[in-house]
Design a protein around this ligand. Structure first.
Ligand code: NAD
Length: 469
């Protein structure tokens, strides 16, 4: 059985303790992932600290060149890593699956490599000149979730490295192997100590985020863990980028062509089996087009091939873990008990954490499936009549990551979008993130943004050089 290792100071370090990782589609063993001890966190943070000064002194141009080489390594190893993602996380190789995730890793590495954050003259008059430089924060703790394990780790580590920080990354305990392999591969082109890892569950995450020598925390995961990390950061005062859960509403306006939007709505909701932070998790459809939208979505769901994602004809895989599998089943059972119309589609294979694609029509606010983040392939569809009513519904929850408005009249859609509280409101698309466009949550979905120039700023601190003339 293959044993995987953490990376510290450019070297693979053997762990004393391990956990076995299993394929969620088949139950097959994938190998042993390391389990770090709290003392390993100290060693990894020390390694990152030792490397940081020299890394920050590397010229901006040279750092950009090195990050470009990281993108090349990701590209060259994309197929190997995609297969590992599919075996470990479950998303299929094809469609919007693991190859797509690897394309994201490459793009989200190339863009920071190309971006610049030059010093900015913030004030100048006859008496003085004030220039703001963006300097690295130091050692970044990156804590990743299991849904898009490599892409989200890339979002955290690449901007940090690009701007002269060093990193200690902790992958999710559900999906450590593909991430550790990615780190091993990209370490071939990084100086030792720039990117290190520790592995394990929340106990190791807590040791890392509360470590006194951490200067910045990049966290993506659930709201409850986010709250704990805010508490942990009181020991190091590290600023935090918090990307938390979502419960995105999509609003279909009257007069919209259901056939034209069905595919966008479908993948907006079922991307990665719904296990995506910014998936459509509640779909509000005007009475005028309600039946047409439900029928167009049903048509697509009926045709969707479900199964082991290593088979390239499958576009829908299993859920990643038993906890999530049980949670989605429980929320659907509750909706059924509450009188909703539960429609299940697809041939679900035996074994593995497979669930049918589920549309729940005649759903309503207040149902658990609507109010809680289901994070799975079960979409509640709520009928509405008045615009004020649907805007109030969209804004009634604490989660405010993404939202979308779907309409044939895009001018009208923009006036509606402006009334929705969310970090991003898409029009006629959902979850359409881009490496140049800042992304982050409002309200309980977190704070701070990633991507683009704003994302680079988030892993630096301003330093003003003020000259008396
Ligand atoms: P989670 O909060 O359970 O775990 C996330 C990570 O935090 C894991 O690596 C875990 O080991 C670690 N962790 C757990 N307890 C910790 C602690 N006390 N201190 C430090 N680290 C700790 O989340 P999850 O189940 O892996 O991910 C799913 C959630 O993530 C969903 O709510 C989803 O919406 C959200 N998410 C948000 C975004 C975004 O960009 N906003 C992206 C993806 C996922």
């Amino acid at each position: 059985m293959q044993t995987y290792s953490n990376m510290v100071s450019g070297k693979l370090v053997e762990a004393t303790d391990h956990q076995e990782i299993f394929n969620p589609a088949t139950g097959a063993s994938l190998g042993l992932a390391p389990l770090s001890q709290e003392s390993d966190v100290d060693v990894a943070v020390e390694a990152a600290r030792r490397a940081q000064g020299e890394w920050a002194r590397v010229s901006d141009q040279e750092r950009r060149a090195i990050v470009s080489r990281v993108a090349q390594v990701l590209e060259e190893n994309a197929e190997y890593l995609a297969e590992l993602i599919t075996r470990e996380q479950g998303k299929p190789l094809s469609g919007f699956g693991s190859r797509f995730e690897m394309q994201g890793c490459v793009a989200w590495t190339q863009v920071p490599a190309a971006l610049e954050l030059p010093p900015e003259v913030v004030h100048e008059d006859d008496t003085r000149k004030d220039v703001m430089h963006r300097v690295p924060l130091g050692v970044v703790a990156a804590i990743a979730p299991w849904n898009w394990p490599l892409m989200i780790a890339t979002w955290q580590i690449i901007p940090a490295i690009r701007m002269g920080n060093t990193v200690v990354l902790k992958p999710s305990e559900y999906t450590p192997i593909a991430t550790l392999e990615m780190v091993r591969l990209i370490n071939q082109v990084l100086p030792p100590g720039v990117l290190n890892t520790v592995s394990g569950d929340g106990r190791i995450g807590a040791a890392l985020t509360s470590h006194p020598d951490i200067d910045k925390i990049m966290f993506t995961g659930s709201e409850s863990t986010g709250r704990k990390i805010i508490g942990a950061s009181s020991s190091n005062l590290a600023p935090i980028t918090l990307e938390l859960g979502g419960n995105d509403a999509a609003v279909v306006l009257p007069g919209t062509d259901a056939g034209a939007i069905a595919e966008g709505l479908f993948w907006g909701a079922f991307l990665n089996m719904g296990q995506t932070c910014a998936c459509i998790k509640r779909l509000y459809v005007h009475d005028d087009v309600y039946d047409a939208v439900v029928s167009a979505l049903s048509e697509l769901a009926r045709k969707m091939p479900i199964g082991d994602g290593m088979n390239e004809s499958n576009l829908i895989g299993p859920l990643q873990n038993e906890m999530q599998f049980n949670k989605v089943k429980e929320l659907v059972a509750d909706a059924k008990e509450q009188g909703c119309n539960v429609m299940e589609f697809g041939q679900v294979p035996e074994g593995g954490y497979f669930l049918p694609l589920t549309l729940v029509s005649e759903a309503r606010d207040g149902l658990r499936l609507v109010d809680e983040e289901q994070f799975g392939p079960a979409l509640p569809i709520i009928r509405y009549h008045e615009l004020e009513e649907v805007i109030a519904s969209a804004n009634r929850l604490d989660a405010a990551l993404g939202a979308s408005v779907w309409a044939s009249d895009t001018d009208y859609a923009q006036t509606v979008a402006a009334q929705i509280e969310a970090g991003t409101v898409w029009i006629n698309q959902h979850g359409a993130i881009h490496p140049m466009v800042p992304f982050g949550g409002n309200k309980a979905s977190g704070y701070g943004v990633e991507f683009g120039v704003e994302g680079l700023k988030a892993v630096t601190q301003p330093r003003i050089i003020s000259l008396k003339k």
